[in-house]
Design a protein. Structure first.
Length: 435
C-alpha cells in the first residue's frame, strides 16, 4: 500500500493493519546510533538539538562522554555505510514507500550532521553550499531590480513625505497590538487556529502547549517541543507586535504548525511504529525545511484569504482596539511587502559570503526588505546565529505549496488539502522529495 494512501486512510479513521516495530526492527540499531550522534553534536553546538524526548539516559551519556568532533564524524561515516547495508539487506514489503522514505531520511540527515560537524571544525561553505548540505535545498537568487519593482509599487501605495521605509513604518504603527492586549489577542488567535485544525486533524486528547512571553531573542517566536504531545511556545516582545502576527504565530508555532507537526510525528512514527530517530530533532538538518515550510504554509491551509479577513475584522482587530474598517487596506499593503521576502535571503547570502559586512546587511534589509533599523539589526542577529536557516521559511513554504497543490490538485476542496497536508506532516519526507 502506498505511503500517502496508507496515511490518508489512517487519518480518516479506517482500520489499517500496520507492521508493528519491535526490537527486531532491522533499522533499530542504526536509528539509535543516529539519535546518540545528534545528542553528541549537541554538546558542541547549543542550538543543534531542538527537541529530544527519547531515553533520558542517552542525553546523560552524551553529556558525560562529550565525544570529540573528529570521533563523532568517524562514527557518523560508519553509520552512513551501515544505513545503506541494513536497508539493502532487509527490504520490507508492507507499506514499502514509507520504509524507503525512512531510509532516505536517515541517510540525508546523517549527511547534514556531518556537514554541521565539519562547520564546527572550521570548514567554511558558501551560503548556497551550506543550505544544500544542511537543508537539502538552495534558494533562488533575486536581483536588486526585482525588489526595486515591488518597492516602486509600494511607493505608489504609500504616498506622502519622507522615505518609503519611514512611510511604511508610520502606516504600520496604526496596527500595533497594545502590550496590554497582546496575550488576549494571541490566545484568541490560538483558539481559532486550533478550532480549524481539529476539524480536520485527529490529535491525541492530551496534546497541549504553554505560552510564555520573553525578551532578548533573535527570533519572534519559538516552539520547544517537549514530547508527550506537549510544547512550550515562546513569543518575543522585544519589538512591537503587529496584528497580523497573531494568526501567523498562532498557526506557525501551534496549529497546524510546529506543535501539530511534532505531535503527529510522535504519534504516527515514534509511538505507532517505534521509529526512535524521531525522538530527536537536529535543527540544522533537512527536517527544518519541512518543519518551517509546513508551519508557514499551514497559515494558508487554516485560513483562506477571505476567511482570515473576516476573522480579523470581526474578532482580532476589535479585540486589539484597532480600526476594523482598515483590515483590507492593511493586508493589501502586506501582500506587496510579502513579495520582498527573498530580500532577506539575499542579505544573508551576501553577508555570509563576505561580499557585504554587518552594516551592509542591515542597510540591505532596510532598503530592499523595508525593515526598520531595530528589526534589521534583530534579523542580522538571527543570521549570525542561524546562518542559512533563513531559506527554510520562504523557500520551504513555496516548496510545500507547490507539492501540496500537485498532490491535492489546484481546485482541491479544503478537506482534501487538509488530508494531504496532514499526510505530509506524518511522514518522513525530505525537501528533495517534494519536487
Amino acid at each position: 500500500m502506498a505511503n500517502r494512501t496508507l496515511i490518508l486512510l489512517m487519518l480518516a479513521g479506517v482500520p489499517v493493519m500496520l507492521t508493528a516495530q519491535t526490537p527486531a526492527d532491522p533499522m533499530r540499531n542504526v536509528a539509535e546510533r543516529y539519535v546518540k550522534l545528534v545528542l553528541a553534536v549537541g554538546q558542541h553546538d547549543a542550538d543543534y538539538v531542538d527537541a529530544f524526548y527519547g531515553p533520558p539516559e542517552w542525553r546523560k551519556a552524551a553529556e558525560a562522554e562529550k565525544l570529540p568532533l573528529a570521533t563523532i564524524d568517524q562514527q557518523a561515516e560508519a553509520l552512513e555505510k551501515d544505513i545503506a547495508v541494513v536497508t539493502a539487506a532487509s527490504p520490507v514489503a508492507r507499506d514499502a514507500e514509507l520504509w524507503v522514505l525512512r531510509r532516505h531520511y536517515l541517510a540525508r540527515q546523517m549527511t547534514a550532521l556531518r556537514a554541521r560537524v565539519s562547520m564546527l571544525q572550521g570548514k567554511r561553505l558558501t551560503f548556497d553550499e551550506e543550505s544544500r548540505a544542511l537543508y537539502d535545498a538552495v534558494a533562488p537568487t533575486q536581483t536588486e531590480a526585482e525588489f526595486a519593482a515591488v518597492l516602486k509599487q509600494l511607493e505608489a501605495r504609500l504616498p506622502g513625505d519622507g522615505s518609503l521605509i519611514a512611510r511604511y513604518d508610520r502606516f504600520k504603527q496604526a496596527f500595533v497590538i497594545p502590550t496590554t492586549r497582546v496575550d488576549r489577542v494571541f490566545r484568541e488567535a490560538i483558539r481559532a487556529c486550533r478550532d480549524r485544525t481539529i476539524a480536520h486533524v485527529e490529535l491525541p486528547a492530551e496534546e497541549r502547549f504553554t505560552v510564555e512571553y520573553v525578551t532578548g531573542k533573535s527570533w519572534s517566536g519559538y516552539n520547544w517541543y517537549q514530547g508527550g504531545y506537549k510544547s512550550l511556545i515562546q513569543v518575543n516582545t522585544d519589538l512591537p507586535i503587529y496584528i497580523d502576527r497573531a494568526i501567523d504565530l498562532a498557526c506557525h508555532e501551534g496549529y497546524p504548525g510546529h506543535h501539530v507537526y511534532n505531535v503527529l510525528l510522535e504519534k504516527h512514527l515514534v509511538r505507532d511504529r517505534g521509529w526512535i530517530e524521531y525522538t530527536v530533532y537536529p535543527l540544522f538538518s533537512p527536517q527544518s525545511l519541512i518543519a518551517e515550510g509546513t508551519a508557514n504554509y499551514g497559515i494558508e491551509v487554516a485560513f483562506s484569504p477571505a476567511d482570515r479577513m473576516t476573522f480579523e475584522r470581526e474578532v482580532l482587530f476589535p479585540l486589539a482596539g484597532l480600526e476594523a474598517k482598515r483590515v483590507q487596506e492593511y493586508y493589501d499593503v502586506l501582500a506587496l511587502v510579502d513579495r520582498l521576502s527573498y530580500a532577506g535571503n539575499e542579505a544573508a547570502r551576501r553577508y555570509l559570503d563576505g561580499t557585504i559586512d554587518r552594516a551592509g546587511a542591515v542597510a540591505w534589509l532596510e532598503k530592499y526588505a523595508i525593515y526598520t533599523a531595530p528589526r534589521a539589526e534583530q534579523r542580522v542577529k538571527f543570521i549570525d546565529q542561524y546562518r542559512s536557516y533563513v531559506i527554510n521559511y520562504n523557500l520551504g513554504k513555496d516548496l510545500i505549496r507547490t507539492y501540496l497543490t500537485r498532490q491535492a490538485g489546484r481546485q482541491a476542496s479544503a478537506s482534501r488539502l487538509w488530508a494531504e497536508f496532514t499526510a505530509l506532516l506524518s511522514s518522513p519526507r525530505l525537501p528533495s522529495g517534494l519536487k
